[in-house]
Write a protein that binds this ligand. Structure first.
Ligand code: HAM
Length: 409
């Protein structure tokens, strides 16, 4: 017997019930982001590897360990996108979007790929919803984006807390990096091997470590938030003022480290206790140097992405279709063409309608209608009758108009 085939490790199938919840989430996200002017936008699921190597950063886990990279038949190195921001900036430059009125506001939804060890809430193919605003460094954009994600998560009934910080600019970060390296070297015997090995490449990641010795060292470490220059400190104060005005709660957390190298100034992450170890449900920040790093004109940007699967694990976006459901039952195979026409007419009126398509007995059809939560069953026989599934009452209809009126109510 042939071996049973399964979806690849770390991937999953979306079955219909989950599909309904995803659709509901997507509709609420589209409405929310659309109202704020974020236009639908897509990039390919694979890009030149260079986009991520330059964009996400050579020293990150994503680029070092997690990318699905392959050579195409022409010998070009391509990578399945591990995230959406680098591709969005690549597209912004490629299509000369800096010539459009700024900021350019984009939203996206789709699959992303990271070769991580799979566990609950962590997959190798997952989906993100994201939003990016390019071309302005106005702090109101940082605040607007944070509030949009907060509202999206609230609508999806995800219970979470917001962590917020600022990473300043590249110069402050470089100076602070040196200060932190010196500090880490002075206590390197207490650090984990992993953190010690990365003191030069990415000292900030030490804040992310679960290692007890490292954690103790980090409690006393100097903080970047205390080293911001006056412009960045002012920018961050303005972001916070907008959030305070909106009564958005957050934890100021100078140890917040995001797993991507492009961030400057504002960074944030929403965490949900319901998710356990993979608590990050969505996060983002400002990336004022990324477009230039990818070969474009100096352009500020800010945005976020949230994991669809994590939102669905932690929350419960409403998935019920509000439309009435009708089931068109067939008593005699000869009536199938009439039943088919009635089904089409019902759909034309906005009624979700299905006809019998598996040769069931009348009893079987009524049972199936019940399973589908049908509000009405249209029984097509010698004459046409409508059964109200709530009251159980079954009465003939004179014509199609009466039928439509009775079922649509
Ligand atoms: P990120 O924090 O790497 O940011 O990913 C955003 C969200 O994607 C996470 O909070 C999580 O919900 C979800 N996610 C990430 N990896 C996985 C996985 N292996 N399985 C399931 N869900 C996952 C970014 O990707 C940035 N591009 C966000 C951004 C946009 N920053 C600025 N603009």
């Amino acid at each position: 017997m042939a071996a049973k085939l399964q979806a690849p490790r770390g991937t999953f199938d979306v079955l219909p019930e989950d599909g309904e919840r995803r659709t509901a989430l997507r509709e609420s996200a589209d409405a929310l982001l659309g109202l704020a002017g974020y236009a639908p936008f897509e990039t390919p699921v694979f890009e030149d590897t260079e986009v991520f190597a330059r964009g996400v950063g050579q020293s990150t886990d994503i680029v070092q360990k997690e990318m699905f990279t392959f050579e195409d038949k022409g010998g070009r190195s391509l990578t399945l996108r591990p995230e959406g921001t680098a591709g969005a900036c690549r597209a912004y430059v490629e299509h000369g979007m800096h010539k459009l009125p700024q900021p350019v506001k984009l939203r996206y939804w789709g699959p992303f790929f990271r070769h991580e060890a799979p566990q609950a809430g962590r997959y190798r193919q997952f989906n993100q919803i994201g939003a990016e605003a390019l071309g302005s460094d106005d702090p109101s954009l940082d605040a607007e984006l944070i509030l949009l994600l907060a509202e999206l998560l609230e609508e999806a009934e995800v219970d979470c807390r917001l962590r917020l910080s600022s990473l300043g600019n590249a110069d402050t970060r470089a100076a602070y990096g040196e200060e932190l390296r010196t500090y880490l070297r002075s206590r390197q015997d207490q650090l984990s091997d992993d953190v010690r090995g990365r003191i030069d490449a990415n000292p900030l990641r030490a804040f992310d470590s679960d290692h007890a010795g490292t954690k103790a060292v980090m409690v006393e470490a100097p903080l970047l938030l205390d080293r911001l220059d006056s412009e960045d400190a002012e920018h961050f104060a303005e972001v916070r003022a907008f959030l305070d005005d909106a009564e958005q709660e957050y934890d100021l957390d100078p140890t917040l480290v995001r797993g991507l190298d492009y961030y400057t100034r504002t960074v944030f992450e929403f965490e949900s206790p319901a998710l356990g170890a993979q608590s990050g449900v969505g996060g983002g920040g400002r990336y004022d140097g990324l477009v230039a790093q990818l070969g474009g004109p100096a352009t500020p940007g800010v945005g976020w992405a949230a994991g669809i699967e994590r939102i669905l694990l932690a929350g419960s976006p409403g998935g019920e279709l509000a439309l009435p459901v009708a089931y068109v039952a067939v008593t005699d195979a000869d009536q199938r063409r009439t039943a088919f026409k009635i089904t089409e007419a019902l759909r034309g009126q906005g009624v979700q309608a299905q006809m019998e398509q598996a040769g069931r007995s009348m009893k079987g059809q009524l049972k199936h209608a019940d399973r589908l939560n049908a509000t009405h069953v249209v029984v097509v026989g010698e004459q046409i009758e409508v059964k109200d599934m709530d009251t159980g009452e079954q009465r003939p209809v004179a014509d199609i108009n009466e039928l439509l009126t009775r079922v649509a109510l």
